[in-house]
Write a protein that binds this ligand. Structure first.
Ligand code: ADP
Ligand code: MG
Length: 693
């Protein structure tokens, strides 16, 4: 039996440890720094570093590292040991304040989108004291921001922290104007639900596509997929539960609030959800969670696939970003309370989000754009590429009646009793809508379009900044107002009226919605190359600059990095397919045809009819030719697009030319898979992979 409270956070230099170990003044000053967001007095850094080092050594650490989130999408670390020579052939363990707050990694090999040339190697990492240090792999990990020598952002944390500050500042202005003067800070909170697949490692080793790209590039549908929906919330198989148990323990040690675990819709698919926390910590924790998921899987001879679409024909994996904002008085500003129709403050913040999402559909859309996620969005398993919002009947009704100046006559939650012995409960006022990309779910919004492998920072930068921008307009108005109550009501009404086209409570998977959305003038950016160029739209550059989140240069760099990344991913996939088709699939099929020919020849010699062999041969032969030709065309396409410039044009070509050629090759090979014997097929099949654990 594990004593969870005792285990929880044992590898974290958390508030409790700091209170116990830091001198009182140092602790108070540190907390003050975190709360106010001001710089830490360097004099205190030495004390904190020494205490941290001692604690870390007691917990088995020999090294420290600044832990940061460059634009690679994963985290980065470079370990330095604590050893310092003292001159007589011995060492002591040392860690200075300077080493804690500031690092200078050679940053030349991290993507910068042209912000630096590779010879300008220097980058800086800077301690983020709002996220606790922790121990991983024998190293004290210090969460840090990562910027270039000239101060430009090269990571995902810096803009996130800036956007948190922006939304806090503007929300506080609005609250103060409304008379809530006791509030001094507003924090964006997030709970990210994480989907993943687990497959057997021995099978994984036999699939180059999984090894190189994280997804299967070939594979015919198995006889059974997810059509019975018998996996969702189904009982959890022993090998999986052993994994989940181990995973939860590792996460708890790291202070991660792992809460919910269950089987998902697709076979071999599962989900983990933590309890929400501030978006900065939630982001760090989600990055760590993904890393730990992979490591723990390895111990169980499993592989954890975080790719958005590991298998064609069965659901891919997403990440639901549950987002809200709350005050330092502990009030969730998106909590409707018992009487939403008369809760003007709630309705004002709600309409701020509505306007933000409508005005910045493009930013939300592109924040979830990647080669992997392109397979999900709009494929009737995840929200479409069209961004819209679900409010549910009650809130929509309330806002509509505000607009019409009528009283809201809607339903309240009903008392429900299912059977005599079961206690009564109040039903929710709105049902769920799982097809919506951006759904109000009671006291938070759930942004559902994120891909499972994503760093959640980007989507939250967009959300925080877009909402901050609307709130700053609201604050401008209310700070001037002579009748705040009246003007709040007017803002709610006018804002909703102007932006209600973004609200859609129906089925987002239907074709009718695609047409309707077009009529409403909503964006439908189907692919990554289509979406990314919206990043540097004039209005977006201006907004990010207004709130000091990104400079124009930084945005252009990000756009460039993401476009390049798209091209690289497709290129790796293409090369992997060429390799697998050319070296595995086509040779295996030729060998099989050979055995058919031999059988035909032998049978002919003794006058036994060989119709079956002839028939199979006649079906396979043209398909092998088709695969061979498609492979040659793909190889040609992959070379042709290499020289296209600029990045946006190249990305489009990767999609239209290379990706299209990949589909053709796959179609031929997948059909071949259904025609040749299992013993001949050179890699584990979908049935093997999906039903092996
Ligand atoms: P649902 O089943 O509707 O998705 P859950 O209660 O399971 O709702 O919550 C899903 C996620 O939302 C969890 O990670 C939860 O901690 C998070 N969450 C709940 N309240 C908030 C909030 N105020 N801000 C951000 N996330 C929240
Ligand atoms: Mg949910």
């Amino acid at each position: 039996m594990t004593n969870v409270p005792e285990l929880f956070g044992t590898l974290v230099f958390n508030d409790k440890v700091m209170q116990q170990r830091l001198p009182k003044e140092t602790y108070t000053a540190l907390i003050e720094t975190v709360n106010s967001g001001t710089a830490l007095d360097p004099a205190l850094a030495n004390t904190i570093a020494t205490v941290m080092k001692e604690w870390a050594i007691e917990h088995g650490a020999t090294h420290f590292t600044h832990w940061f989130q460059p634009m690679t999408g994963i985290t980065a670390e470079k370990h330095d040991s604590f050893i310092t020579p003292v001159g007589n052939g011995t060492v002591i363990m040392n860690f200075s304040g300077k080493e804690l707050i500031h690092g200078e990694p050679d940053a030349s090999s991290f993507p910068s989108g042209g912000l630096r040339s590779t010879f300008e190697a220097r980058g800086y990492t800077a301690w983020d004291p709002s996220s606790y240090a922790f121990i991983k792999d024998g190293a004290l990990c210090i969460p840090t921001a990562f910027i270039s020598y000239s101060g430009q952002v090269l990571d995902k944390k810096t803009p996130l922290l800036r956007s948190m500050k922006a939304v806090s500042r503007q929300a506080v202005r609005v609250l103060h104007a409304m008379g809530n003067t006791e509030v001094s800070r507003v924090t964006a909170t997030v709970g990210p639900e994480q989907e993943y697949f687990l497959i057997d490692k021995d099978l994984w080793r036999k699939r180059k596509d999984l090894i190189f790209t994280g997804r299967t590039l070939f594979g015919a549908r198995p006889p059974k997929g997810q059509e019975l929906e018998d996996h969702y919330f189904g009982n959890i198989r022993p090998r999986v539960i052993a994994y989940m148990d181990d995973l939860d323990r590792e996460l708890w040690k790291l202070g991660i609030l792992a809460k919910t675990r269950h089987n998902e819709v697709a076979p071999a698919q599962h989900e983990l959800a933590p309890i929400f926390t501030t978006v900065n910590v939630a982001t760090d924790h989600n990055q760590l969670t993904m890393e730990v998921m992979k490591k723990v899987a390895d111990r169980h001879n499993l592989v954890c696939l975080l790719h958005e679409k590991p298998f064609a024909g069965v659901n891919g994996s997403g990440k639901h970003n549950n987002w809200s904002i709350s005050t330092d008085m502990g009030e969730n500003l998106l909590n409707p309370g018992k009487d939403p129709e008369n809760n003007d403050r709630f309705l004002l913040f709600l309409t701020a989000v509505i306007k933000a999402v409508d005005t910045h559909q493009d930013l939300l859309r592109l924040s979830v754009a990647s080669a992997g996620n392109d397979h999900r969005l709009g494929a009737n398993e995840a929200p479409p590429a069209i961004i819209s919002m679900f409010l549910g009947g009650e809130l929509t009704g309330i806002l509509e009646s505000r607009c019409n100046g009528t009283a809201y006559k809607g339903k309240k939650g009903n008392k429900m009793q299912v059977a005599e012995s079961i206690p009564e409960f109040l039903s929710d006022t709105t049902d769920r809508n799982r097809t919506s990309p951006f759904a109000f779910t009671g006291n938070k919004f759930e942004f559902r379009s994120l891909g499972s492998a994503f760093n959640i920072a980007c989507s939250n930068v967009m959300l925080n900044t877009a909402v901050a921008d609307v709130l700053s307009e609201f604050a401008d108005c209310l700070e001037q107002s002579k009748d705040v109550e009246k003007d709040v009501r007017k803002l709610i009404k006018d804002t909703y009226n102007a932006h209600k086209r973004i609200v859609f409570n129906g089925n987002n998977y239907s074709d009718a919605w695609v047409k309707e959305a077009e009529k409403r003038g909503l964006l439908n950016l189907k692919t990554t190359p289509e979406a990314l160029p919206y990043y540097s739209r004039e209005e977006n550059l201006a907004m990010f600059a207004r709130h000091n989140v990104y400079t124009g240069e930084e945005i252009k760099a990000r756009e460039e990095i993401l476009l390049e990344n798209y091209c690289k991913v497709i290129n790796i996939e293409a090369l992997t397919m060429i390799d697998m088709a050319g070296k595995q699939i086509i040779p295996a099929c030729i060998a099989y045809m050979n055995s058919l020919v031999e059988s035909i020849r032998n049978k002919d010699a003794i006058n036994v009819p060989a119709e079956t062999e002839r028939d199979i041969l006649a079906r396979i032969n043209p398909l092998v030719t088709a695969a061979y030709r498609a492979n040659a065309r793909l190889a040609e396409a992959a070379v042709k697009v290499k020289s296209i410039e600029p990045a946006a044009k190249q990305a489009t070509a990767y999609h239209d030319v290379v990706f299209a050629a990949m589909q053709e090759l796959r179609a031929a090979c997948d059909e071949l898979e259904t025609l040749v014997p299992e013993s001949v097929w050179p890699m584990p099949t979908y049935a093997d992979l999906l039903f092996s654990v």
